[in-house]
Design a protein around this ligand. Structure first.
Ligand code: SAM
Length: 364
């Protein structure tokens, strides 16, 4: 995950396929002082102390003081630990994959943080015979990174990677997908949850006009239109900045250009969600972005819930009290206004806000 700046802890997920928290405390984190909260990690880190705490929301997750390059450790090189922001651990944990769920699809997988997290959770519970994780990644180059990460994490035997495969082109009723019981959807987004680092001014914009569901999105036209709206020249700071999947920044010329871009992304994100709803045996889906914009988040969820496929197949939100331990206690929830005043849907949504003292990136 992206570098978050000095005020953020370094979040480290212990990969249960390769190691345990106790083993890592005795090796990688030897010499670190254990403190009870992430707030203390951040406070003590700022005076140069090496401190860690165990996260109380997501199992096997550790917050460590920044300033140590964990990529140099043996544990990182062998896949025993994975550097992954806390909020980015929410989707796989919330999906709660189980042996009885059958095959699990990760629709937009690279570089593989969530794919390997799904494998780690299922490994703890025990994979059912023949149960697989099906990982789609449209970008062939990024699929290579995914393959490497899945192998390093020791989950290659249970993961079937589809390099270069567009999830939207899959036929949900094809024989190979008859046993897909759960899907994790983490599509491309504006990346606005990871811009605005400590050295970058935050930008705030009014919400774009809501999308309508009258027509299936025409992705090609939307893409072309957006491209025309992008200006090559860097606008005066603070200008809206978006990140692509590889973390490259695009500076948009105006709030209008940003709105057009967000609308195009939201159309694409909605099509991913509706496609997932059509898998015949699917019972659980998580939808996530590293965007802070409601139009990509609650906006997409609301449109998906109102869709024909959702009504026909009986999709609903998993209410907060039904969610796994840790996720139901997490205090930052969806925006009620963006859920058209529906408190149940807003409460079901999980958000993470950068800069609120919890040491996380902006995430939905
Ligand atoms: N889930 C990943 C993780 O946690 O490491 C991050 C996923 S990133 C936000 C989105 C990924 O989806 C990109 O690698 C992008 O190439 C891929 N992608 C975008 N559209 C896709 C599609 N239609 N089918 C499959 N993959 C797609």
């Amino acid at each position: 995950d992206a570098e978050l700046g000095p005020a953020h802890p370094r979040w480290i997920r212990v990969n249960t396929l390769k190691s345990t928290v106790d083993e890592q405390l005795d090796t990688t984190f030897k010499g670190f002082e254990m403190v009870p909260t992430v707030q203390e990690v951040m406070a003590l880190a700022s005076i140069g102390k090496k401190v860690i705490c165990l996260d109380g929301y997501v199992p096997h997750l550790i917050a460590a003081s920044p300033g140590v390059d964990f990529t140099k450790t043996e544990a990182y090189k062998t896949g025993a630990i994975i550097l992954q922001d806390k909020a980015s651990c929410f989707p796989a944990y919330l999906l709660d994959p189980r042996p009885e769920d059958g095959d699990i699809i990760d629709a937009c997988s690279a570089p593989g943080n969530k794919t390997t997290h799904l494998a780690g959770i299922l490994h703890e519970r025990g994979f059912a015979p023949g149960q697989r994780i099906l990982a789609f990644e449209k970008d062939k180059q990024r699929a290579k990174t995914l393959e490497k990460m899945v192998k390093t994490a020791g989950s290659d035997k249970v993961t079937v990677i589809h390099p270069g495969a567009d999830f939207l082109q899959t036929d949900p009723s094809a024989p190979g997908f008859q046993h897909v019981g759960a899907l994790l959807l983490d599509p491309s987004c504006s990346g606005s949850g990871i811009v605005g680092r400590d050295d970058t001014p935050e930008f705030h914009l009014p919400s774009p006009a809501p999308l309508t569901l009258s027509k299936q999105p025409n992705r090609k036209n939307a893409k072309d239109k957006t491209r025309n709206n992008l200006k090559r020249k860097r606008a005066p700071s603070p200008a809206p900045v978006l990140l692509d999947d590889a973390g490259n920044e695009t500076v948009l010329a105006s709030p209008q250009a940003l709105h057009a871009r967000l609308a195009a992304l939201a159309s694409f994100q909605l099509s991913i969600l509706l496609h997932a709803f059509a898998f015949p045996a699917a019972r659980k889906v998580t939808y996530s972005t590293c965007s802070v914009h409601a139009v990509e988040n609650e906006g997409v969820v609301m449109l998906a819930l109102k869709s024909d496929v959702s009504r026909e197949r009986g999709w609903r939100v998993l209410r907060r009290e039904e969610q796994v331990r840790g996720m139901r206690e997490w205090p930052v929830r969806g925006e009620v206004e963006a859920c058209e005043g529906n408190g149940e849907v807003a409460g079901a949504c999980v958000r993470a806000s950068r800069g609120d003292g919890r040491g996380v990136m902006g995430f939905f």
